[in-house]
Design a protein around this ligand. Structure first.
Ligand code: NAG
Ligand code: NAG
Ligand code: NAG
Ligand code: NAG
Ligand code: NAG
Ligand code: NAG
Length: 492
């Protein structure tokens, strides 16, 4: 799932880290200075990490095992009688950058709110178990995460005299879903929620994702997705002939000679290249820079510019140029296109392992709760070669979860949370028109106090990032609209 800040990309480790608003510094994005360093040198404000004791299993009174969960506090804006804001961590490390910048803090300043951010269990430094063995990952689920939030909310309110305060939950992408579900399942603890770019319908085969990618590329230039499709088809054709592998290895700057021994190998390679487009569409022109994420000047316009550049040769050659541009941008020396490497990374159960930054954990959640697989099964999208079977097999390869177990788990998730049928109140659902995740989001007002806020032309979680002068008017209006809603609700 491509959903790295603000969710949901899923699947490849590289792609994966794009998903969450909170996930930075992994995969392709190694090598930037961390936000903490910036804080230490430029400003004296450092938000110290703090630790909260949680139960390992909230659903067993007999199991008394405990662990420590990381959280952050910003009291700078708090005024007595003000509300309490809780930013929900997602499928990557909680980034303290959010304690310093972000639209929610503008709201906090206006409303006199106390701000907390709680890291999600099993991500970042919040380690409930000694390792990431499949047996231990049984304690990783959205339900356990919501129970963590509930216990944090209750205990923190008692400790700080905030029991009668109004608590507002925030989150983007998967944490956006959690923000809504927190209000839904614990209405006595959460007064209102802002659920940005949140998917609500668990779906094994999320084939609409790439359909939105097509439309988002076409909104830049109608030729663009057609050229991407020609290039992708041409690559798939070449993969049928091993004599082309030397050239492909060179064209895409692979770390070692391309080897295709199974459908998993070709699917992995094709998905990785398509991922360049998925990532850029999902995060188009956003303002993640403040989180320490680099390379955000690669936009849909830039990619479509390369795809339309005849001087580079046929569409296949332009596609290779896009891949090399992405590698240059993120300072990646060469592309490791080997599924067996990926498999060994994803099955490493150590907290020091190569996928412990979130990839192993998030894919586990997709296999046991959500699906969200961005397959090429729809005819109305540009790519070929990574069908749903490719993703389903990963659940078996990584965690011994069968196709039947996956289908059952996804159905149960929808049964438990209700999919789009959210019966609640005081939840706002902002969504961006070019964000592929909106396809599983709330796209229309459910009720007057369950409104959707639609932002034409923006990508995943755009409204959460700090404002910039070049922001689209509708993005600014959406931010204003959300605080007006909060003001109105908090007066009720
Ligand atoms: C982040 O917040 C600090 C102060 O809290 C401010 O000086 C800085 O300009 C902000 N950065 C962004 C990108 O908004
Ligand atoms: C490899 O690329 C070279 C140079 O572009 C070309 O002449 C050659 O025919 C290609 N080989 C194959 C097997 O496609
Ligand atoms: C993106 O920014 C970098 C560094 O500022 C610059 O070198 C590069 O040319 C830019 N790329 C594009 C496509 O604008
Ligand atoms: C898991 O990853 C760690 C850190 O990279 C490495 O030291 C260890 O050997 C790996 N374990 C296995 C079983 O590959
Ligand atoms: C995989 O799951 C099956 C059935 O769920 C079980 O019988 C089998 O022992 C498991 N294999 C491993 C390696 O855990
Ligand atoms: C892209 C998308 O799903 N947008 C929806 C977001 O919510 C508005 C309602 O405010 C819908 O009209 C959009 O279709």
């Amino acid at each position: 799932m491509a959903f790295q800040t603000c969710v949901l990309l899923v699947c490849k480790v590289t792609l994966f880290f794009l998903l969450s608003v909170f996930a930075v510094g992994e995969g392709r994005y190694k090598g930037f200075r961390s936000f903490n360093q910036l804080q230490d040198t430029r400003q004296r404000v450092v938000f110290e990490e703090q630790w909260f004791t949680q139960k390992l299993d909230h659903f067993s009174g007999a199991d008394q095992r405990k662990w420590k969960q990381r959280y952050f506090v910003n009291e700078a804006f708090y005024k007595p009688e003000g509300p309490v804001f809780l930013m929900i961590g997602g499928e990557g490390p909680a980034n303290p950058a959010w304690m310093q910048n972000g639209t929610w803090l503008i709201y906090a300043e206006k409303l006199g709110a106390l701000c907390f951010m709680l890291e999600h269990r099993f991500y970042g430094k919040s380690h409930p178990t000694v390792d990431l063995s499949t047996d231990n990952l049984r304690f990783l689920s959205s339900r356990q995460a919501l129970a963590d939030l509930a216990h944090f909310r209750t205990t923190m309110a008692e400790a700080r005299g905030l029991t009668n305060s109004k608590w507002v939950a925030f989150g983007g992408s998967y944490p956006g879903s959690l923000a809504a579900w927190f209000r839904l399942k614990y209405p006595h603890l959460v007064y209102a929620s802002v659920a940005t770019s949140a998917p609500f319908k668990a779906t094994v085969n999320f084939e609409q994702y790439l359909e939105v990618v097509w439309r988002s590329l076409a909104s830049e230039n109608v030729e663009c997705p057609l050229l991407v499709k020609m290039a992708s088809d041409s690559l798939v054709e070449r993969l049928k002939d091993p004599k082309t592998y030397d050239n492909i290895t060179k064209d895409f700057n692979l770390c070692s000679k391309l080897q295709i021994q199974s459908k998993m190998d070709s699917a992995y390679f094709l998905e990785m290249l398509a991922g360049n487009f998925m990532d850029v569409v999902q995060y188009n022109e956003d303002n993640r820079g403040f989180e320490g994420v680099t390379g955000t000047n690669i936009t849909i316009k830039v990619l479509c510019g390369v795809m339309g550049d005849r001087s580079l040769g046929e569409p296949y050659a332009r596609y290779a140029a896009v891949a090399r541009l992405m590698m240059d941008t993120f300072s990646i020396k060469c592309l490791d296109a080997s599924f067996s490497t990926y498999l060994s990374e994803m099955t490493n159960t150590s907290w020091e392992g190569p996928a412990a930054g979130g990839g192993r954990q998030w894919v586990y959640q997709t296999c046991t709760e959500f699906g969200f697989y961005q397959s090429t099964d729809s005819p109305n999208q540009p790519f070929t070669g990574f069908p749903i079977e490719y993703y389903v097999k990963q659940c078996a390869d990584f965690y011994n979860v069968s196709a039947e177990q996956l289908a059952e788990a996804v159905a149960q998730t929808n049964e438990y949370y209700g999919g789009y049928e959210i019966r609640s109140s005081r939840i706002v659902f902002p969504n961006g028109s070019i964000d592929p995740w909106h396809a599983l989001g709330i796209t229309q007002d459910i009720a007057p106090d369950l409104p959707a806020v639609f932002i034409t032309g923006t990508a995943h979680c755009a409204n959460m990032y700090p404002a910039r002068s070049e922001d689209l008017l509708q993005l600014t209006l959406a931010r204003d609209h959300i605080i007006l809603l909060l003001q109105k609700w908090l007066k009720q």
